[in-house]
Write a protein that binds this ligand. Structure first.
Ligand code: GDP
Length: 424
């Protein structure tokens, strides 16, 4: 059984919570793209955990967690994250954490270049998380990156450093006029943070293929959402990796396997971190009210998120990109602050009404078309059964299902593990 859990929107849909919940009964949870720019929040009986690189299954005993081939891994960040979780009592060992030998290493100079470029752009910046993600993916495709498997043969790895450092300094020192990076600091980084991970590095493709043959259940955990996908998102305001479900088997290392199910995680309203077009955006007091109700501050960066009402046009596109067989609607409780709820049902572009998500370059000229539906205006965070939800909340869910052409199977009404209602 291969299931992917992916974001339908711009990220921050609450995937961490849903993976944590749905992974019960799964044997493997696998991250397949992105790096420590993710900030997956899981709240369970042991406390609140923010996971950047580790799959959300790490909080469940008996789940083997995999960092897949499509990922980029900041070695220091991973070491720190493992320590942070261990000190909170989470068990992490080569038994329950496997790192793909084909995953790419994020180097300190990638983080440096990310910062240098954002600073150069100043007010034209992309709103990068400054964690080196774009520079490291660029190097991957330039075939100038280091991979985790190289840590298994340090002598060979160290012998490659000089060339790469020379080449990198053409940009760091030559282009940005920054202090050059050195061979020694790169080797130190590998020694301090990479070599201790040796026991965790393996061919995760082989591991997952065998597990699949044995009938084990594998869950793929995506980072970010469809609208941040490098190809299908709001390019260039996207992430640098493929966030879509179809990429999951590839990024995990099992390109020959097919997904059995794609679960889309969709938020009951819209949020977006960073720059780029965000058609249904709220501003001023309207935005403040929703941001405060939803506590919309980035888990990885602490940045206030941009907010707006549910966007049917973007979400329908997200559902299509993710091939979502079912959808989990999150943060419905946040909308309890409204007597009437706005929904963006179409875009207006140069006097024409659009129902399909357009080529991203025109989004800046699109205006949102709103409909209003009756709210429930009462606390629903303690509801645990469908019958306990107010009629208006059920109508809102049915309305979104109809507008987006999807099946909403669960609805989340709070951050806690049990704050979820099964609908179907
Ligand atoms: P992810 O990156 O998709 O995992 O999402 P984030 O972790 O960045 O953001 C989701 C935030 O919303 C976290 O703080 C969660 O604890 C919280 N959350 C998740 N589901 C719900 C929900 O149904 N209601 C409320 N109020 N908070 C939720």
């Amino acid at each position: 059984m291969l299931t992917s859990v992916c974001g339908i929107n711009w990220g921050d849909e609450g995937k961490g919570k849903i993976v944590d919940l749905l992974s019960e009964g799964y044997d493997y949870v696998c991250r397949y793209q992105g790096g420590n720019n993710a900030g997956h929040t899981v709240v369970n009986e042991r406390g609140k955990f923010i996971l950047n690189l580790l799959p959300s299954g790490i909080l469940r005993e008996n789940v083997v967690n995999v960092l897949g081939a499509g990922m980029v891994i900041d070695l220091k960040h991973l070491s720190d994250e493992m320590e942070r979780l261990r000190s909170a009592g989470v068990k992490i060992s080569p038994e329950n954490l496997k790192i793909s030998d084909k995953a790419v290493i994020t180097m300190p100079y990638h983080v440096l270049l990310d910062c240098l470029e954002e600073d150069r752009l100043a007010d034209r910046k992309f709103g990068s998380t400054r964690r080196g993600i774009a520079p490291v993916y660029a190097d991957k495709y330039m075939k100038k990156a280091f991979r985790m498997g190289e840590l298994l043969d340090p002598e060979r790895l160290f012998s490659r450093v000089k060339d790469i450092v020379e080449w990198k300094n053409l940009t760091v020192a030559g282009g940005y006029h920054h202090t050059p990076i050195t061979v020694e600091e790169c080797i130190e980084y590998f020694k301090n943070y990479g070599l201790p991970l040796k026991e965790y590095i393996t061919d995760t493709g082989l591991l997952l293929d065998r597990a699949h043959r044995e009938g084990k259940k594998i869950m793929f955990e995506a980072q970010l959402g469809a609208l941040r996908d490098i190809d299908f998102g709001i390019y260039p305001f996207t992430s640098s990796s493929s966030t879509i479900a179809a990429y999951a088997p590839i990024g995990a290392g099992v390109p020959h396997l097919r997904l059995d199910a794609s679960v889309g995680v969709m938020k009951a309203y819209s949020t977006c971190v960073g720059e780029g077009p965000f058609t249904a955006e709220y501003f001023g007091e309207k935005a403040e009210k929703l941001r405060a109700a939803g506590n919309e501050y980035g888990a990885a960066t602490g940045r206030p998120r941009r907010v707006g009402p549910f966007d049917v046009v973007a979400s329908s596109y997200g559902i299509r990109c993710q091939g979502a067989d079912e959808v989990v609607l999150t943060k419905l409780d946040v909308l309890s602050v409204y007597e009437e709820i706005e929904v963006c049902t179409a875009y207006e572009l140069d006097g024409k009404i659009l129902h399909e998500f357009p080529y991203p370059d025109v989004l800046g000229r699109c205006k949102p078309v709103f409909e209003r539906v009756k709210g429930w205006h009462t606390d629903i965070s303690q509801c645990r059964k469908k019958e306990e939800l107010p009629r208006e909340a059920l109508r809102y869910i049915a309305y979104l299902e109809e507008k987006c052409g999807c099946q909403i199977s669960y609805v989340a009404v709070g951050p806690e593990r049990d704050a979820i209602i099964k609908l179907k």
